[in-house]
Design a protein around this ligand. Structure first.
Ligand SMILES: Cc1ncc(C[n+]2csc(CCOP(=O)(O)OP(=O)(O)O)c2C)c(N)n1
Ligand code: SF4
Ligand SMILES: [Mg+2]
Length: 324
């Protein structure tokens, strides 16, 4: 558990501090303080690279959380390095650092303790694609199947970023990583479909290029009870070999080309498409050309287009038809 560091030197009056401790007894003296809640979730001093999509995602989440009390569980991804060294933390909320395999199980425990204490705390897992698609899948699937009252958010940079950029099962076709030096030969797992297949109350994909849609979904996911899953395509300039300033534009191109469907799934069955792509071939080309990880893999574009067409054929046949 990393302690939430207050950045103001003025100590709160003793009585108020004791009172606060009483309200969040399980966290003892390291509870989220009223002062912390007024600060953003991601505070200055964090270790994220410039242009990291995860930073943007955390800032979106911060706005959606507002004054709700939250606790976060973060496995061993870039997101836990973000906090900085113990006992300091760049997070404006209490964070439990978990092993990869147990993030959803740890979050389950925290959610049950909060309920037993009669607290309104919302428990959020914040995990990378390696921790979600691969290493944490067993406990994630189990928590979803039990419909635990947790919000699981996967920021997907499509690699094991923290350990030097190895491929994960979220790495897309053609991407060069440190373990796929000639480009990955297979495509991504469809994580949203996998999670929706657990018939959870809510699953959605978030586009960092569509802030209003993202905010609506994050607020909804924080409000609903039961297991909620959000997926964020998260540009990683370091691993994608892209310009730090172009992250949002890359997401916009991924959405416009149909590569990244922006959808939500209710109860595992009801699909709504939130942003209609233009299926512009130019957008797909620019998405690939702007990232060094796709350099020399242009031949894969035809295969990518086929995969996009197949996915949208499926989505159109199963969605309610309306685009918000
Ligand atoms: C069980 C286990 N296996 C491997 C590792 C080594 N490891 C640390 S971070 C990491 C990559 C994490 O990738 P991801 O979850 O996508 O997060 P990112 O670093 O990309 O933010 C790995 C493999 C570990 N800490 N624990
Ligand atoms: S390696 Fe990528 S995901 Fe990790 S902090 Fe840097 S930009 Fe963000
Ligand atoms: Mg990753």
């Amino acid at each position: 558990m990393t302690a939430a560091r207050t950045s103001t030197p003025n100590a709160a009056p003793h009585a108020a501090a004791v009172d606060e401790e009483r309200r969040e007894p399980m966290l003892r003296g390291i509870s989220q303080s009223v002062k912390d809640r007024a600060l953003p979730l991601l505070r200055p001093g964090n270790t994220n690279c410039g242009g990291c999509g995860m930073s943007i995602g955390l800032n979106f989440l911060s706005r959606a959380i507002g004054s709700r009390p939250v606790e976060m569980v973060i496995p061993a991804c870039c997101g836990i390095v973000t906090a900085g060294p113990y006992p300091y933390s760049a997070y404006g909320a209490p964070v439990a650092a978990s092993a990869f395999a147990s993030a959803a199980a740890v979050a389950t425990g925290l959610a049950h303790v909060a309920r037993l204490n009669g607290e309104q705390t919302r428990v959020i897992c914040w995990a990378g694609d390696g921790g979600t698609y691969d290493i944490g899948m067993a406990t994630l699937s189990a928590a979803a199947e039990r419909d635990e009252d947790i919000l699981y958010i996967c920021y997907d940079n499509e690699i094991y970023g923290n350990t030097g950029g190895q491929r994960s099962s979220a790495t897309p076709l053609g991407a060069v990583t440190s373990t796929t030096p000639r480009g990955k030969t297979g495509g991504k797992k469809d994580i949203l479909a996998i999670m929706a297949a657990h018939r959870i109350p809510y699953a959605a994909s978030i586009s960092l290029a569509h802030p209003a849609d993202a905010d609506r979904k994050m607020r909804h996911a924080l409000d609903v009870t039961g297991f909620r899953f959000l997926h964020i395509l998260s540009p990683c300039p370091t691993g994608w070999k892209s310009e730090p300033a172009e992250g949002i534009e890359l997401v916009r191109l991924a959405v416009a080309s149909g590569l990244y469907p922006v959808i939500e799934v209710f109860g595992g069955r009801e699909i709504e498409v939130n942003v209609e792509p233009s299926f512009d071939h130019g957008a797909l080309e620019r998405y690939f050309e702007s990232q060094g990880r796709f350099r020399g893999t242009k031949d894969d574009l035809a295969a990518v287009k086929t995969a996009i067409a197949e996915q949208w054929d499926h989505l159109c046949r199963h969605s309610k038809g309306g685009v918000r």
